[in-house]
Design a binder for this molecule. Structure first.
Ligand SMILES: C[S@@+](CC[C@H](N)C(=O)[O-])C[C@H]1O[C@@H](n2cnc3c(N)ncnc32)[C@H](O)[C@@H]1O
Length: 237
């Protein structure tokens, strides 16, 4: 998908969700963030989590391949590398590594190797937080399942396989719930573009079906609310 379309849809998503507040609360409760901590954010997006964490830690590096996000991150004064995690070579280690909703973008063949790469960049006593959307729970997930059925795609969520990889490391896992409230059905469809954009033609073709599907999530003001269930995996060294 075009980087700019992705960025616009993702920014709209960020505006309409309480996700960042919920995730930051979880991090503050479970990860030591102080002025001794070196922090690495992999796939930092627009840096909405990184900017909050940056204020609390010693230093921060964001890995982000999307050049529009990269510009945005630089504008916020964050140190960044414009490349994929696969291609990164660093000469330092970190106390906290965040991979928020990015592991699903790694090719399935490389996923385990790339998580191991994170572990190798972790200092003793350090922590990695991997976040993903649960493969079964929440109405955000249901509309995805509905869409994949419409387009005849046997979509296996990467979340199940992720659990198997993560359980090879000492970890703590917890489920977190967040909401996305769009002002109407059309706005929710715009938000969904950032996830369905890779199936752009089918997304356009099945828009009427998706519109109808979203009707049941409408309140009396016409707002549409979807719920996301997140899996938070905290790996320790
Ligand atoms: C769903 S967004 C999440 C952004 C951010 N972590 C957040 O929680 O708001 C996924 C991000 O991962 C980035 N990304 C995709 N593939 C990547 C890769 N191979 N290595 C690093 N980042 C990647 C995308 O450019 C995008 O910014």
């Amino acid at each position: 998908m075009n980087n700019r379309i992705y960025k616009n849809a993702f920014n709209l998503f960020l505006k309409r969700t309480n996700e960042k507040e919920v995730i930051i609360k979880f991090i503050e409760k479970n990860v030591n963030l102080d002025k001794t901590v070196n922090f690495l954010d992999i796939g930092g997006g627009d840096g909405s989590l990184a900017t909050i964490i940056a204020k609390k830690v010693n230093n921060i590096l964001v890995i982000e391949p999307n050049k529009y996000f990269q510009k945005h991150l630089k504008g916020k004064g964050l140190k960044t590398i414009n490349n994929k995690w696969e291609n990164i070579n660093l000469d330092k280690k970190f106390d906290f590594i965040l991979a928020a909703y990015v592991v699903t973008y790694f090719s399935p063949q490389k996923r385990e190797q790339l998580i191991n790469k994170m572990y190798n960049y972790l200092n003793p006593e350090g922590k990695i937080l991997i976040l993903s959307i649960d493969s079964n729970k929440g109405s955000w997930r249901s509309i995805h399942t509905y869409f994949y059925k419409l387009i005849g795609l046997n979509h296996n969520s990467s979340d199940d396989k992720l659990k198997i990889i993560i359980n090879k490391y000492p970890n703590l896992s917890k489920q977190l719930k967040t909401k996305i409230i769009a002002k109407d059905v059309d706005e929710m469809l715009n938000i969904l573009t950032f996830d369905f954009g890779r199936y752009a033609k089918d997304f356009i073709k099945f828009k009427p079906n998706l519109k109808k599907y979203l009707e049941k999530y409408k309140n009396k003001n016409g707002e549409v609310m979807l719920e996301m269930v997140h899996n938070a995996y905290l790996i320790s060294k």
